[in-house]
Design a protein around this ligand. Structure first.
Ligand code: SAH
Length: 267
């Protein structure tokens, strides 16, 4: 079996067999390939042999027989989240960055996460050095999350990532968490359990697509020992920049979810 290389294990040297690389064409389209000796990348504008890419640095330009140009780059966490196989709907990079900062994740933090879904949020938490315990009710999603996480961070990351097939609305098995992040339909049902399993001073962040969920969640928090509660929405608008046509893009993703964060205090 060929050795699998994750980008995080090899992110500065020459590109090697077994790792994932993006080929980007002139129109900024990205194609993700896994480098293997003897394989070829086929597009409608021609073929590039993987052997031409193996042993070259990132940013190298390759040309097909018909002279179409592709640039080789390692995928970032942003590319990974947008391209990863999905079971459940993922949290997008627009919200992943703010969640990481609002939850103030530092290396070694013990983080409770539920549900794990496709593992997009898990990937950013683990990459920031957290040790994650995930509660997930669907076995198939738990498997997808594990495979997505190790595809990007390498198989050793699974030492810091434990998924339990458990209903987060029920009593916890675990305690001593520094942080908790929730992305499930009724996060208010997890709050009473977190009051026992999160340490005081710990931070809770919930991602909710609907403001009705936020309302119920906030009501629950207001009845418990929670401080500094805030709900935010992150707006992300790209711009069209071409010659003198410099303006916001006509289309944007107007809504993903609301982020509510709070800190546990002594009761
Ligand atoms: N944040 C994830 C996506 C989570 S989708 C990501 O970025 O990839 C919501 C997940 O919550 C689904 O996988 C669903 O199966 C799980 N879920 C729903 N109710 C749950 C419960 N009561 N306990 C644990 N997991 C639950």
């Amino acid at each position: 079996m060929k050795e699998e290389k994750a980008p995080s294990e090899n992110n500065s040297g020459l590109m090697v067999e077994g790792e994932r690389v993006m080929l980007v064409d002139n129109r900024q389209r990205r194609y993700l390939i896994k480098l293997a000796h003897g394989d070829e990348f086929h597009s409608h504008s021609g073929v590039i042999a993987h052997d031409e890419i193996i042993g070259t640095p990132e940013g190298t330009e390759y040309r097909t027989g018909s002279n179409a140009r592709f640039v080789g780059l390692r995928p970032t966490i942003n590319d990974h989240v947008l391209k990863m196989p999905r079971g459940a709907q993922v949290i997008y990079p627009k919200d992943l960055g703010p969640i990481l900062v609002l939850a103030d994740i530092t290396p070694g933090d013990r983080v409770f996460e539920s549900g794990v879904g496709s593992g997009a949020l898990s990937t950013v938490l683990l990459r920031a050095g957290a040790v994650v315990t995930g509660y997930e009710i669907r076995e198939d999603f738990a498997a997808t999350a594990q495979s997505n996480v190790s595809m990007f961070l390498g198989p050793n990351i699974l030492d810091s990532y434990e998924i339990k097939l458990r209903d987060a609305y029920e009593e916890h098995d675990d305690s001593g968490f520094d942080r908790a992040v929730l992305d499930l339909p009724e996060p208010w049902r997890v709050v009473p359990h977190l009051e026992g399993s999160l340490r005081t001073g710990g931070i809770l962040v919930a991602y909710n697509p609907s403001i009705i969920q936020v309302q119920a969640f906030r009501k629950q928090l207001s009845q418990g020992p929670w401080a500094l509660v805030e709900t935010v929405e992150v707006l992300h608008r790209t711009w069209h920049v071409e010659g003198n046509a410099v303006r916001p893009d006509h289309r944007m993703v107007a809504h993903t979810g609301f982020l509510t964060h709070a800190r546990l205090i002594a009761s």
